[in-house]
Design a protein. Sequence first.
Length: 111
Amino acid sequence: MTTTTGSCSCGNVQYEFTTDPLNKIVSGSATANVVVPKDRFHITSGYPKQYSRAHVSGAKVTVHFCSDCSCVLHKELDGDAYRGTLVIPADTLTAWSRPFNAQPRLGMWVN
Ligand SMILES: [Zn+2]
């Protein structure tokens, strides 16, 4: 098992997750994300806020963010492809725990 840590831009909200291995990266022209099992993710400091909205695909998206710096920490989607997982922006990962050696395994286009 590998523990990966991260935080929002101001550092008030911090998290960690454990995976074996850190195995999925979702990226596109605008973002790179890590998909991790929800039950292995924990907020270790701070209290993120959240809001939900309907995605054009019909899925409900819940966005968790820092109320101080507005940095998005993770998203939950209720669609079948993401059930039981969290989507974490890769730029929130702590520098020393970034999965530099991870290889993309999933390509996805969401309209
Ligand atoms: Zn913050």
